[in-house]
Design a protein around this ligand. Sequence first.
Ligand SMILES: C[S@@+](CC[C@H](N)C(=O)[O-])C[C@H]1O[C@@H](n2cnc3c(N)ncnc32)[C@H](O)[C@@H]1O
Length: 298
Amino acid sequence: MSIEAAVQERYANAAQQKEESLCCAVEYDARYLEAIPDEIIERDYGCGDPSRHLRPGETVLDLGSGTGKICFIASQVVGPKGKIIGVDMTDGMLALARRAAEEVSSRIGYTNVQFRKGRIQDLALDLEELDAELKGNVIDGLEGYLSAEQAAARLRSSSPMIHDETIDVAVSNCVLNLVDPADKQRMFAELFRVLKTGGRAVISDIVSSDNVPTSLQGDPNLWSGCVSGAMREDKFIRAFADVGFESVRILARDVEPWRTVKGIEFRSLTLEAMKGRGQNSVVKSFMPKRNVGRNSCC
Ligand SMILES: C[S@@+](CC[C@H](N)C(=O)[O-])C[C@H]1O[C@@H](n2cnc3c(N)ncnc32)[C@H](O)[C@@H]1O
């Protein structure tokens, strides 16, 4: 089974039934939780709170939006003049989030959230549009494969799901680690592409204290559980600079590891990376004396 299939299977199940081992005690701003249905709050699979760093009126993209919790909080922070787009590849998660969106809208009195099906390493391709285009076609042999690839390429350029330079803030909560290593560089590049100049990425994720050995990387359970796909902390920070971000600031970092596996520590980190402004340098500002505002988890 591929990494992506293992991740999709795990989160399809986690959409149906709360999975305790994927949950952690993140303290979200209680004011914003009142409008969100319980079944969404219960299925909290994040490891930080990027929504604390948003401002009214912003257009926000949530990478790997899951049940939509961060989108629904962000929706209230940015207000009716802002806009939120959640992207996820798992049907069960999208169905839950879309159902809850109607309830949240009626409670807060406006609608500014949409959920799209896509992969975060390929933000131009709307997988529901591709599905509609391919439905009814016989995909047979090499010719079928190549024509499906051409259909995807056509959609990316004629109706990109997320256009270049249209997003003020890209947020993500415990998702980047889940992406296949072969696709990670592309994922960082996509993140950079969609942000406006002057925009920023605010990312909460799990990072590791050392390189994760291939024996751990081959374990689908540890991978989909946010362990094996974690990048070494310095490499994670460097990956933003490598695709063009100008400055990276650590907003929160757990001192206590969430898990230690084979002597490697896995902990939650939240960082902010700026596009097109700053000092052209990667800033690493640890806060080593305390956990910042939340328990260690994922
Ligand atoms: C650990 S959960 C986090 C969900 C949400 N951000 C939260 O805070 O609860 C990971 C989510 O990312 C989605 N996901 C994983 N890899 C993805 C990818 N490559 N593209 C899009 N979604 C992905 C999964 O379907 C799942 O909903």
